[in-house]
Design a protein around this ligand. Sequence first.
Ligand SMILES: [Zn+2]
Length: 255
Amino acid sequence: MQRLGKNHGAYAGEGIDLQTTLDAQHAAAQRHGWQTEWLEAAPAIRLLALCRPLPRPRRRVYLSAGIHGDEPAGPLTLRQLLEEDAWPAGCALWMCPCLNPTGFPINRRESALGTDLNRDYRHRETPEVRAHIAWLERQPRFDLTLCLHEDWEAHGFYVYELNPEQRPSLAERIVSAVARVCPIDPSPLIDGREASGGIIRPSLDPESRPQWPEAFHLIQHKTTLSYTLEAPSDFPLPVRVAALAAAVRAALEAL
Ligand SMILES: [Zn+2]
């Protein structure tokens, strides 16, 4: 499978119709018994938050997507998984399927006001991130969190692991599941960090970082195991959706 060669200096592929995608996510969640909530971040900015609690869950898992408005595969993947409704038994789920609703209509990474929301979890200057964190604070801790992303420069799928307590890693299982549907980025250096077989295990202390992505907030406050799943957005959109869906399924099955 070859790269499309479309992205030069930015993502240049197709976007999504935001309202269609949100409506489909919301409808599928309601159809399958999820609790649905619209978080009023600002007068014209609403975030969809979903949860499917169980009385005595074996696992609690949180998923998010769409914090970067030029990464359509994440929200499309969560739409597909909501519609399929084939989650592992005993797994209670929480989901924010589109965290940057003003970025998608302009197919841009940042919000409409130009902020990279995925750098705002330390200082919390945007209404989107403040509303999201307020919602997270009302939820229990999670056994696992998965953040779905895309990278327009990547040569294949890769994954970031945050695992400060050295729990059993799910990264190899995630990568081998994705490899069946999408190339894995073989680069020894991805996004400026050492990588091996598509896996990045950054050794970093969030406290030392001036700006926090969502995953840092999660690892500091909500979980001890977090994966950021990165699909390569210079490949066809259906391949990227298949990659992210395979990654989510593999992580849930391996947990
Ligand atoms: Zn991203």
